[in-house]
Write a protein that binds this ligand. Structure first.
Ligand code: F6P
Length: 548
């Protein structure tokens, strides 16, 4: 395995980055009237403009060379064909098979998984339709009015982000709720207004061992059985989605209510599987299918389009350019569409759990900056909160601006105001305003020179802050499917180039193990002397305050 730093393109990019650091995007735009055409890609439902990055044609050509030297195209094929590219867990990575419209045969361990996928989709269709039509009845013969999805991480964020984004496509035949937090407040608040007779729980857990989910599921089970002691009630009120059928059965879920997912679907890429059941229940199966179709379009684009015109590849290369070579350590996700209010939370898991690692495929320490931390919020709200930092702090935060040409909920006059801000912000971040201009503006407003001297330095914006604009035609199941798949493939490409195992998450295990030990101490009013002194004193204080 060739260390990335020894690649010719890597070395050239290092030198090129030092030169580019002295450039300003204003000059690059002034020099080249075709910059937008050169640095934008139009897909059927999404336009990517990446011209407002600190790049030239040379930068892109070197980055493409890097992708080629890292064999991105070959790795891409290995993923689509089902090779075990998740090397630390020895698994295939096949979320793309879940949305393959052609249902082509694809084999994992000698088994054609396309048949399993088809069967599962058929079950999602029939169960979601039964629930939506009021044919699935609770223990007292009443229809299901409320579905509570219990799951965390990938077993929560994907379905919740999508159902929030596509609310306008729901006919409200069922109310959907999500419980992810082990803080009892959440489940108590969700269940408080509900009647057990009308509630169906989906216990979503790939492993069926996640402590938080199992505890919430037990609480839900107690809540139901307090209303009906009849064991048959459980089969009418509990569904499980899991790769661990044995544990789901042991928990008490009826065999016919268990939806299978497979080890070749990573948790954070699983909304296309039965983990997406809440999506089909709330939006209808045809909308779930459209979501899959939108993702499939991107799978084809990613697989077939040359690297230079390939949206996920370009986004990955820009992230590497900004983070690894220009050393920007975080990236903001800024949707200008209320429906995407959970997108940054979703992408935090997708990107940070995938690529937030510091050893390469061989287990050697990586000596270069890898991926940025991902954060963000709805753009408009952010403008009145943290954009000050984006515009004028010493830290450069590259940002993805995501907006829509048409609103799904047009309210007269609102969308133009929203989108005016959307376009203005990337312009302001790029152009900035220099001191000369600031002074001229203040003078034109009749300000005295004393005031101008005092205030001018504070009003200077250096600009030159990189942004990508992802402009969707409109949020729909199809376009949202495309958007999510773009980011999934971006994450894959980043992992390949940076030599990171993107499909495991060992980093969450240590804390889980320690929490188990500490939970024992909390429940038994003990403090283990082997704790470090900080943790020891904190637990002691906890016990003292609690016993008062
Ligand atoms: O926190 C780690 C993690 O394993 C995620 O990768 C996963 O999405 C989440 O927990 C939930 O896991 P499960 O679906 O197995 O309950």
């Amino acid at each position: 395995m060739q260390p990335r730093e020894t690649l010719a393109s890597w070395q050239q990019l290092l030198t090129h980055a030092q030169q580019m650091k002295h450039q300003h995007m204003n000059a690059l735009f002034a020099k080249d009237s075709e910059r937008f055409d050169k640095f934008s890609i139009k897909l059927p439902s999404i336009l990517l403009d990446y011209s407002k990055n600190l790049i030239t044609e040379k930068s892109i050509s070197l980055l493409i060379q890097l992708a080629q030297e890292c064999q991105v195209e070959q790795w891409r094929e290995r993923m689509f064909k089902g090779e075990r590219i998740n090397s630390t867990e020895n698994r295939a990575v096949l979320h793309t098979a879940l949305r393959d419209k052609t249902q082509s045969a694809i084999f994992v361990n000698g088994k054609n998984i396309s048949q399993d996928i088809k069967q599962t989709l058929d079950r999602i269709k029939s169960i979601s339709e039964d629930i939506r039509r009021g044919l699935w009845l609770g223990f007292s013969g009443k229809r299901i009015t409320d579905v509570v999805n219990i799951g965390v991480g990938g077993s929560n964020l994907g379905p919740q982000m999508v159902t929030e984004a596509l609310k306008r496509f729901s006919d409200d035949s069922v109310n959907l709720h999500y419980v992810s937090n082990v803080d009892g407040t959440q489940i108590a608040e969700v269940l408080r207004p509900l009647n057990p007779e009308n509630v169906l729980f989906i216990i979503s857990s790939k492993t069926f061992t996640t402590t938080e989910t199992i505890l919430n599921a037990k609480t839900a089970m107690k809540w139901l059985t307090a209303a009906s002691f009849d064991q048959t009630a459980i089969a009418k009120h509990f569904i499980a989605v899991s790769a661990n059928k044995e544990n789901a059965l042991k928990f008490g879920i009826a065999a016919e209510n268990i939806f299978e997912i497979w080890d070749w679907v990573g948790g954070r890429f699983s909304l296309w599987s039965a983990i997406g059941l809440p999506i089909a229940i709330q939006l209808g199966f045809e909308h779930f299918e459209e979501l899959l179709a939108g993702a499939y379009e991107i799978d084809c684009h990613f697989r077939q389009t040359p690297l230079t015109q390939n949206v996920p590849v370009i986004l990955a290369l820009l992230s590497i350019w900004n983070c690894t070579f220009l050393e920007a350590q975080s990236q903001a996700i800024l949707p200008y569409d209320q429906s995407l209010h959970m997108l940054s939370a979703y992408l935090q898991q997708a990107e940070m759990e995938s690529n937030g690692k510091s050893v390469n495929w061989s287990g050697e320490t990586i000596n270069y900056p890898t991926v940025p931390s991902i954060w963000g919020a709805l753009g408009i709200n952010g403008q009145h909160a943290f954009y000050q930092y984006l515009h004028q702090s010493n830290n450069i935060v590259p940002a993805d601006f995501i907006g829509s040409v048409a609103s799904v909920t047009p309210v007269q006059g609102h969308h133009e105001t929203l989108m005016a801000n959307f376009f203005a912000q990337t312009q302001a971040l790029m152009q900035g305003v220099d001191e000369q201009q600031v002074r001229a503006d203040l003078k034109a407003k009749g300000r005295c020179s004393k005031y101008i001297d005092k205030v001018a330095p504070h009003k200077v914006h250096q600009g030159n802050r990189p942004t990508n604009t992802l402009l969707m035609n409109q949020i729909s199941p199809y376009s949202l499917g495309s958007l999510i798949a773009i980011y999934e493939h971006k994450i894959f490409v980043q992992g390949i180039i940076l030599q990171i195992c993107s499909f495991d998450q060992w980093g969450v295990e240590l804390g889980k193990g320690l929490a188990n030990k500490i939970e024992h101490q909390l429940r038994n009013q003990q403090v283990d002397e082997n704790n470090d002194s900080s943790t020891y004193q904190l637990i002691k204080h906890y016990h003292q305050v609690k016993s008062k």
